[in-house]
Design a protein around this ligand. Structure first.
Ligand code: SF4
Length: 441
């Protein structure tokens, strides 16, 4: 028996969370990653628990099928649909996302990503207010005031603090953590709180009021005393924070789903973005979302550069229309509108509402995923694909919109999402041409 091949992959990229750390050193023995140096506890679990599942390359109605038969069946489902949807996309490469948008355009459907169920309100706020933005590299080298609002990086993004935002020594903050003030605003004392200099416990669902009080204070307007009772923060705390924000050299507000998915949603995020914009009268200040899934930021970028909007886009009229609530997948399914679906690297059957799941189960749909999920089990046609980052190269975007290349650890026997989607797009085009030729005779 040949000895198992051992290799080291340097500067590999972890795609488990939006930090997209690209300094992994992976030890690979055959088809297993045995060490993941530099990875956090989540990253280690991502790499070390990865194994190639023995599954058919494709199934039709749950029965093993050849790749060609599955591609034919999938292409027919999508080409024949009247109101198809394309959904998922946050756990795959930008190259695959790009082809998925092309398919949505070709079949005149909706394209939507998991952003619509996490930072969708932030995407709407960016469209409305704009974004004063910077990279995590600038934060590392310059930020002396770092605020986290409605997020718990110690548990959700374990290396954010050590790699980018609070601990590292930077060009203009040579003493690292000592040169920074770290503020955490949250409704509960999370695991991140002990590491912050200032923890402000805000009443649940009062983010909008607190952010507007800060906007007022930054502009020199004193809010009414009732704001204390309203938000749970004293006027003194609010005044102190506004003062720190105005007098820092470089400030950044990182906001999580505690801001974007609580009462007020996009209005909360608009308030945070507007506060950052206001502060630029006095200093340099930025606001950035803490993005979750590995390449959800790539999905936003690809859908935006292709259609002009980040998610919830309808291409049925031959031009893009953006309307969250109307064209977002949870809604098109729950209302029973979609008549076919293409789901890429996502599990709506595992986490959507009951009406949405029931409707998805009642229509033909195609699913691509490296693992077996409730969605792939119920799919009319399912494809087993290679895991991005571990088995396939490509590009992903870090949460600050910086593109990062992937360095795969070893090859998978399964094709990549991009390969399946490209073949699907080609076959749909052929079917449409065939139909157009037939109609011409
Ligand atoms: S912080 Fe996120 S990207 Fe970095 S190693 Fe941990 S899970 Fe992976």
């Amino acid at each position: 028996m040949a000895a198992t091949e051992l290799k080291i992959v340097s500067n590999a990229t972890c795609t488990f969370c939006g930090c997209v750390c690209d300094d992994m050193e992976l030890t690979v023995e055959g088809n297993h990653i045995t060490k993941a140096k530099n990875a956090c506890v989540l990253g280690k679990a991502w790499f070390l628990n990865h194994h190639i599942e023995e599954r058919p390359i494709a199934t039709i109605h749950g029965q093993p099928a050849s790749l060609d038969d599955a591609l034919e069946a999938a292409a027919r489902i999508l080409a024949n649909a009247r109101y198809p949807i394309v959904y998922g996309l946050s756990d795959t490469t930008c190259e695959a996302q790009r082809v998925a948008v092309a398919i949505a355009d070709r079949i005149g459907g909706c394209v939507d990503t998991t952003t619509s169920v996490c930072h969708g309100p932030s995407g709407m706020a960016f469209q409305g207010v704009g974004e004063v933005t910077c990279t995590l590299g600038e934060v590392k080298n310059r930020a002396d005031l770092v605020l986290f609002w409605g997020s718990n990086p110690a548990e959700s993004h374990p290396r954010h603090w050590s790699r980018y935002s609070t601990m590292p020594k930077g060009l203009f903050v040579p003493n690292g953590r000592k040169d920074r003030t770290v503020v955490l605003v949250d409704v509960r004392r999370s695991k991140s709180a002990p590491a912050a200099d200032i923890f402000l416990q805000i009443k649940p669902r009062k983010d909008f009021e607190a952010l507007w009080a800060l906007r007022a204070l930054v502009k020199g307007v004193e809010p009414e005393a009732s704001i204390e009772e309203e938000t749970g923060l004293s006027l003194e705390q609010l005044r102190d924070l506004a003062h720190r924000m105005k007098t820092c050299k470089f400030g950044v507000l990182f906001f999580g789903m505690g801001l974007s998915m609580t009462r007020g949603k996009h209005l909360n995020v608009e308030a945070a973005l507007a506060l950052a914009r206001d502060l630029n009268e006095f200093t340099r200040f930025y606001a950035k979302p803490m993005r979750g899934h590995g390449n959800v930021t790539g999905a936003d970028n690809v859908v935006s550069w292709s259609t002009g909007y980040p998610f919830g886009v309808n291409l049925g009229r031959g031009y893009p229309r953006f309307n969250p609530g109307e064209f977002t997948t949870a809604d098109t399914l729950a209302r029973g509108e979609a008549d076919a679906a293409l789901i890429i690297a996502s599990d709506p059957m595992g986490n959507f509402s009951q009406p949405a799941r029931e409707h998805l189960a009642s229509i033909p749909y195609v699913a691509l995923d490296p693992k077996e999920t409730a969605t792939t089990r119920g799919a009319t046609v399912a494809f087993t694909t290679a895991t991005y980052g571990i088995n396939t190269p490509g590009t992903v975007y870090r949460m600050d919109d910086v593109p990062i290349p992937l360095r795969p650890a070893f090859e998978s026997p399964y094709p990549s999402d991009e390969q399946i989607l490209s073949a699907l797009e080609r076959r749909i085009r052929e079917l449409q041409q065939h139909r157009a030729n037939g109609a011409g005779h």
